[in-house]
Design a protein around this ligand. Structure first.
Ligand SMILES: NC(=O)c1ccc[n+]([C@@H]2O[C@H](COP(=O)([O-])OP(=O)(O)OC[C@H]3O[C@@H](n4cnc5c(N)ncnc54)[C@H](OP(=O)(O)O)[C@@H]3O)[C@@H](O)[C@H]2O)c1
Length: 269
């Protein structure tokens, strides 16, 4: 039985993950700003869930975390899942600021605290829901893709740090979902969209296996591979690269190079 905190569990992927952990008999601390949704979720497993309602862009993150750890009686796994992103044609400071406050400042404060908590304890598992958007800049949401790149690079650093500090019982997982059917996934150019319950199942399995980086759903590893090829400067003709009104992670160049795989996977799903 593990003691788990999911920061950002009031809806979407976090809520489905919370259900999976509680259903498997673990104690789960769930957080978010929408108290009513946290209470509704708690009703599903009253003996398994404890709640703490707070905004990760505020000043009380550590106080709330410590309160939750006390309620749980310890901490084995923390998943930072809170996230904000908005696609806009213009460059809006208010949007950029909320994005960075949520996905960078809140993220690093809570991750830094949890990592050091696990170092003191000698074991623990820290995960974040980054995004496949982390692999390239996105013209419609530059702060979002940059913030997710920050999360993934920070976690890669923490993963290396566990090796440097010889801490084999501390695990780091960078979760990179593609499109998942939640409030967060906006726009009309979505593809390979996964239901949140399926995404949560794959995340749960990856966390059980202590994987350090995982693509959700699994086929999204292809996008990362494609980026490596793009960065190497070959394969993609310039006119196939992203245009201003098309996200950098465009389906065009992506499927240009993997048409057979795409057909096979579409048939399988
Ligand atoms: N859906 C996708 O296609 C997709 C793809 C890649 C990555 N992701 C990432 O997956 C994570 C979960 O998103 P989702 O798709 O499940 O969307 P969602 O249903 O909107 O969930 C977002 C969660 O973050 C919490 N949150 C947002 N701002 C917060 C704040 N300031 N303080 C505290 N909690 C906050 C929300 O709770 P409250 O609103 O109650 O505070 C909610 O529980 C995000 O980090 C997102 O970037 C999503």
């Amino acid at each position: 039985m593990q003691k788990v905190i999911i920061v950002g569990a009031s809806s979407g992927i976090g809520k489905e993950l919370a259900r999976l952990y509680a259903g498997a008999g673990h104690f789960v601390g769930i957080t978010g700003r929408r108290q009513d949704l946290l209470y509704l979720l708690q009703l599903e497993y009253p003996n398994r869930f404890v709640t703490e309602c707070f905004d990760v862009t505020g000043t009380g993150n550590i106080v709330h975390l410590e309160s939750l750890i006390r309620k749980l009686g310890g901490l084995d796994l923390l998943i930072y899942n809170s996230g904000f992103g908005e696609a806009k044609k213009d460059l809006d400071w208010a949007t950029d600021k909320i994005t960075v406050d949520t996905n960078v400042n809140g993220f690093i404060e809570i991750s830094n605290y949890a990592f050091n908590y696990f170092v003191r304890q000698g074991h623990g598992h820290l995960a974040t829901t980054s995004s496949i958007a982390s692999i390239r800049g996105n013209g419609m949401a530059p702060a979002y893709s940059a913030s997710k790149a920050f999360q993934s690079a920070y976690f890669e650093g923490l993963h290396i740090k566990t090796r440097m500090m010889k801490l084999p019982e501390i695990h780091i997982t960078d979760i990179q979902p593609g499109f998942v059917d939640t409030q967060m996934a906006k726009g009309d150019k979505k593809f390979w969209v996964a239901p949140p319950a399926k995404a949560a199942r794959q995340i749960y399995q990856a966390l059980e296996k202590k994987k350090w980086r995982v693509y959700i759903t699994r086929r999204w590893w292809l996008a990362d591979r494609q980026t490596v090829q793009m960065d190497a400067g070959f394969h993609i003709p310039p006119d196939r690269l992203a245009s201003p009104d098309q996200p950098a992670l465009s389906t065009q160049p992506f499927f240009w190079h993997f048409p057979c795989l795409f057909k096979r996977q579409r048939m399988a799903s």
